[in-house]
Design a protein around this ligand. Structure first.
Ligand code: ADP
Length: 166
């Protein structure tokens, strides 16, 4: 496959996966040989998740079933360690606005310090998704907003059900 080389990891909490995440995952699958979507088991930064890690993984598997070089895995260790175990050469992340940049700048420097052999690559969000976050989608769904254009159908249905239980 000309122009493609090796494994990359797309990490995140994916609580739940949005069309913005899927855009980055799809574009990564076109640029690299193998893409492992790495789901943070218990995100420290975000606290309690709405969906379990297994549920978050199932949504991603379902939404990427047409992409043969994409797989979804849950991890609980350091991201660079997980990437190393997989033989990945890079971490690929999406960048939305300036607000993402500051956090990602810090993460990239820390990860480089931990393992200079694993590169951090940033893909600029597509304009139609540059405002989209899992947190925003959850907030909208909580108040009955229509999230049908923002997340896969199975995710929209599961969110309505889960948030309705609260
Ligand atoms: P969120 O910030 O939505 O809770 P995650 O922690 O799951 O997302 O993020 C995983 C990765 O996906 C991060 O690199 C994040 O910048 C990226 N990402 C999230 N939403 C989008 C989007 N709408 N477009 C592009 N990249 C995104």
């Amino acid at each position: 496959m000309a122009g493609r080389d090796g494994t990359v990891v797309c990490p995140g909490s994916y609580d739940p996966v949005t069309n913005g995440h899927l855009d980055i995952i799809t574009r990564s699958s076109q640029a690299f040989e193998r893409v492992v979507v790495a789901i943070v088991n218990n995100p420290v930064r975000k606290g309690q998740t709405l969906f379990t890690a297994e549920e978050r993984r199932a949504f991603i598997e379902d939404a990427t079933s047409e992409l043969p070089n994409v797989e979804a895995r849950i991890f609980s260790n350091l991201l660079v360690e997980f990437a190393r175990e997989l033989g990945a050469k890079a971490i690929v992340k999406g960048l939305r606005a300036i607000s993402d940049f500051e956090y990602e700048f810090e993460m990239a420097q820390l990860n480089r310090k931990l393992d200079p052999g694993i590169e951090s690559i940033y893909m600029i969000a597509s304009p139609q998704y540059s405002f989209l976050s899992s947190t925003g989608v959850k907030e909208m769904a909580t108040f009955g907003g229509d999230v049908g254009d923002l997340v896969p159908g199975s995710v929209a249905a599961a969110m309505a059900e889960r948030l309705g239980e609260r």
